[in-house]
Write a protein that binds this ligand. Structure first.
Ligand SMILES: C[S@@+](CC[C@H](N)C(=O)[O-])C[C@H]1O[C@@H](n2cnc3c(N)ncnc32)[C@H](O)[C@@H]1O
Length: 348
């Protein structure tokens, strides 16, 4: 466990109003591992509704700076209100509508004390039927974290050919019944709503054993579509590649993930950063998971895995782009950076 402060709350109840609820996962553990330093500069790469950010901000003091990123402008608006100055000892807060794939834009090398990424969707997104993330409530097939991005789940479901669709469902959902599901989807087109899609999947992929009966048949396909629509794995790889460039020696990166595809990417990046490139020291040999108490209180915490690494002062070894010069670009907190369209090809 990191040497962070001891007054971290166990969960909900942090300040700034309760307009939309999202219970931050592994809050105490994440703050401890970040080891927030007064006067430091920290990036919350997934500011969401500001739960983790609020705890970081409280510890920074007036000379500190918290930079929060999110793809979702609605989340940023809520975070902006939650992170309003509470006292004269409040840090500077900068909130940017952008993907964390662009985390290094506008940052000089070795200037950041800590980075937190709490991956996935927020309750705000999941619970809003009109955002189309959930098969529990009927809504349009959207699933975009950033409503200004181009690709929706409806386009993917209705326009990918059967084979591509099966590949997406297999690769990003780890769904063994991907071919059968893709065939059923193609036969049922057009599919415009989450409920219609969930019905088609349920009819095509009946649970084959006891373990499968425990989760809804559409769970893996919905996960796959969400990851594909939002290019989540490409963004995560870009974040992990940029992190060592912008972290100060001693700076930390803490990542909370919610499924094995994400966790594997984090684990491999930290391991390579330590063993191969020698710019990280891994702080978590095994992932940190939620206590039984937190799992009971917050079902979302059940699949959470947190890993942390510290930037060490050794120079980058050759061959790795991290630390490459010329990475600093002006940050423009106005219109968001466009997500590169060629990510389509790379995440298939
Ligand atoms: C689990 S929530 C974060 C919740 C936050 N820690 C809190 O306590 O309120 C994840 C957030 O990350 C955002 N997000 C996911 N992927 C992103 C990316 N590549 N770039 C920027 N934001 C992203 C989502 O829009 C969502 O608001």
């Amino acid at each position: 466990m990191g040497e962070g402060s001891t007054d971290t709350p166990q969960g909900v109840g942090h300040g700034g109003g309760r307009e939309a609820s999202h219970v931050p996962v592994l809050l105490k553990e994440a703050i401890d591992f970040l080891s927030v330093r007064r006067g430091g500069t920290y990036i919350d790469a997934t500011v969401g509704l500001g739960g983790h950010s609020y705890e970081i901000a409280k510890r920074l003091g007036a000379l500190g700076h918290l930079i929060g990123l999110d793809k979702d402008p609605t989340a940023l608006e809520i975070a902006r209100r939650r992170l309003t100055a509470e006292s004269e000892d409040w840090p500077e807060i900068t909130l940017l509508h952008r993907s964390f794939a662009q985390i290094a834009d506008g940052q000089q090398p070795a200037t950041i004390d800590g980075i937190l990424a709490d991956l996935g969707v927020s309750s705000l997104q999941l619970d809003s039927a009109e955002r189309g993330f959930s098969f529990q409530a009927d809504g349009p097939l959207d699933m975009r974290m950033d409503p200004q991005s181009e690709r929706t789940a409806e386009q993917v479901v209705n326009h990918l050919d059967e084979r591509e669709l099966a590949d997406v469902i297999y690769e990003f959902g780890e769904e063994r019944r991907s071919r059968r599901i893709a065939r059923a989807i193609v036969r049922s087109r057009p599919i415009r709503s989450t409920a219609h899609l969930a019905d088609v999947i349920s009819a095509a992929a009946r649970p084959m054993n006891q373990a499968e009966r425990k989760i809804h048949p559409a769970t893996r396909t919905f996960q796959a579509l969400r990851i594909f629509v939002n290019r989540e794995l490409d963004d995560l790889r870009a974040l992990l590649e940029a992190a060592p460039r912008i972290l100060k020696p001693g700076g930390r990166v803490v990542v909370i993930s919610f499924h094995s595809l994400e966790d594997r990417i984090v684990k491999d990046a930290f391991r390579d950063g330590e063993k191969k490139y020698k710019y990280f020291r891994v702080l978590t040999r095994k992932p940190v998971t939620a206590s039984e108490e937190e799992r009971d209180r917050n079902p979302r915490a059940r699949s959470a895995k947190m890993r942390a690494a510290e930037r060490i002062s050794k120079k980058f070894s050759s061959g790795k782009p991290a630390g490459a010069p010329g990475m600093a670009v002006m940050a423009v907190p106005g219109p968001k950076d466009q997500v590169a369209t060629n990510a389509d090809a790379s995440q298939k």
